[in-house]
Design a binder for this molecule. Structure first.
Ligand code: NG6
Ligand code: CA
Length: 535
């Protein structure tokens, strides 16, 4: 409440205050607060597998990201932001629900025919915005499952559980990732551009008879797998899983970025039409396919970096951001749109396709100064770029924040902006760091937790990184050349002077390690129903 008041004081004259219509809460436990009519649109741009060091405003030299740099110049750039996990599904689960993914079984990297991972009765960021009177939409990579039962989705009709059941008024999404079937966009639970002449079948168990695969017919491929990814072939690229049919509905990999930008802008434009007399602000969860594998950027981005397909995919991602921002400017809503640009997990070079990402990276360090990468317990697994811009909200231009923040706080940090208050049974792991996220305060979280691919959790404080004993291989065992951070003894790193986990100081700092271990054990042991969010 104090926060709301201080926000109103700094950004809005008192006479602009107006009450939202009563009784709008979509869910129990959400209370609308007196707020202004000028609440911002909220646009979250969630990129995929983009590392801390992948944008020029974060130090990249071998690729230029002028549009993303401009966004940073118009807002605050965070240097210590973290995703909840070092792979997609759990990271996105944590961000959208405010519940750590390690508490919930079944939050690992989802197959393309997985049932919806977030249950409809769970509270989400979209529910929050909907309760606040916004219109929420999800666009692009989804990767949180669809339908009520795994492998039982009706790909030729209406899928029974969709983002609509999680509070999104509109969705136009890829079920999982571009390397997993089905290779189609799904709009409000139905395949977009559905082609009745080519019914869709999907299986993650066995191939459909007579269909070629990457394994049996490598001569049909234009991009070869380096590990896995040798099942159904779509557009000359073999994927994870088997599918048949799709016809005209199948995406073309080189057009995915264009399609995502187009779906997003069409929908945003529609919300701004005068005939939409409600003038509700929007919340958009816009997830790019870039720079996840298979990287297959459009022809016009080819050769735009010296780093081959991965570098060109970063350029394409930058184009997407420019396209969306241009769209907002043209609609006259750029100033009062709060934009957050971040990534779901850390970077990987070779993630299963022979796209030369490794050999062409040269001096580029996708994880910046951090150690490890996607999948890791080390920092580069979850350290992500994080940029916030909201000119009309007074977010400082060209600011930098060193505060330690986590995407787990999305729900409660955005609630005051939407003008709602949540009771403490919702989004229990989420905390309100609104002032920090808007660059008004330098306050860090006491500690953050992030989950590696083995579902084990490590802890960061502003100063320390603690990785408990984790049994397992020192390198990711299936292909990517990434250090896991797993070790038979616990690790403690002092990050006060330099980023990176270089010298394990656990021997000289046993007391610190003990305290951090205690916090971690307590967090791991506390079941969801016994936790209450502190305001
Ligand atoms: C792995 C895939 C990898 C990527 C990852 C999920 C193989 C060999 N590797 O299993 O390519 O798809 O899952 O990435 O299949 S994420 O960013 O969506 O979490
Ligand atoms: Ca990812």
């Amino acid at each position: 409440l104090t926060l709301i008041h201080s926000m109103n004081k700094t950004t809005l004259p008192l006479f602009a205050l107006a009450l939202l219509p009563a009784g709008m809460a979509a869910r129990d436990g959400v209370r609308t607060l007196p707020t202004s009519g000028a609440r911002p649109n909220v646009l979250v741009i969630m990129t995929d597998d983009v590392g801390y060091g992948d944008f020029s405003c974060y130090g990249a030299k071998r690729v230029h990201t002028p549009n993303i740099d401009r966004l940073a110049a118009n807002g605050v750039r965070f240097t210590d932001a973290h995703a909840c996990a070092s792979t997609s599904t759990p990271s996105r689960y944590g961000f959208l629900t405010g519940e750590y993914p390690f508490r919930r079984p079944g939050t690992d990297v989802a197959a393309g025919n997985a049932a919806m991972v977030i249950r409809p009765e769970q509270f989400t960021l979209a529910d929050l915005f909907k309760a606040a009177g916004y219109t929420p939409a999800a666009i692009g990579k989804w990767h949180l499952g669809l339908g009520s039962r795994t492998a039982q989705q009706d790909w030729n009709g209406q899928i029974d559980l969709t983002p609509a059941d999680l509070g999104f008024d509109y969705s136009c999404i890829m079920a999982a990732t571009a390397d997993r079937v089905p290779c189609v966009f799904i709009e409000n639970g139905r395949v977009r551009n559905y082609d009745a002449s080519a019914p869709i079948q999907v299986s993650y168990r066995s191939n459909f008879s007579g269909e070629p695969t990457g394994k049996s017919n490598p001569e049909l491929l234009r991009l070869r797998p380096s590990h896995g990814h040798d099942m159904s072939i779509v557009n000359g690229i073999s994927r994870i899983g088997f599918m048949k049919g799709g016809g005209k509905a199948l995406w073309k990999d080189e057009n995915i970025a264009d399609s995502i930008a187009d779906y997003a802008l069409r929908w945003i434009t529609a919300t701004q039409q005068p005939e939409d007399s409600t003038h509700r602000p929007f919340f958009m969860y816009l997830c790019t396919n870039d720079v996840h594998v298979p990287r297959w950027p459009h022809e016009r981005f080819r050769g735009q970096s010296p780093m081959g397909l991965r570098g060109d995919a970063i350029v394409q991602l930058d184009w997407t951001v420019g396209q969306i921002m241009d769209g907002l400017y043209k609609l006259g809503i750029a100033d009062n749109t709060l934009v957050i640009l971040t990534s779901d997990n850390g970077p990987v070079l070779d993630d299963g396709y022979a796209d030369d990402a490794e050999s062409l990276a040269g001096t580029h360090r996708p994880g910046g100064p951090w150690r490890g990468g996607k999948y890791s317990a080390f920092e580069a697994g979850s350290a992500v770029p994080f940029i916030v811009s909201w000119p009309a909200g007074g977010v400082r231009r060209g600011g930098e924040s060193r505060a330690l923040i986590s995407l787990i706080d999305g729900v409660r940090s955005l609630a005051p902006i939407a003008g709602v208050e949540l009771n403490d049974t919702l989004a229990c792991d989420s905390r309100n760091f609104c002032d920090t996220w808007l660059g008004r305060s330098g306050e860090s979280r006491d500690y953050i937790l992030s989950m590696a691919y083995n579902r084990e959790v490590s802890l960061r404080t502003p100063r320390w990184k603690y990785i408990p004993v984790m049994k397992g291989p020192a390198m990711v065992p299936w292909g990517p050349k990434i250090e896991t951070g797993f070790a038979p003894e616990a690790q403690l790193y002092d990050l006060s002077f330099k980023k990176g986990e270089n010298k394990n100081v656990i021997e000289s700092q046993p007391q610190v390690a003990k305290e951090l271990d205690l916090i971690l054990r307590h967090q791991l042991a506390t079941p969801y129903f016994r936790r209450r969010a502190k305001h």
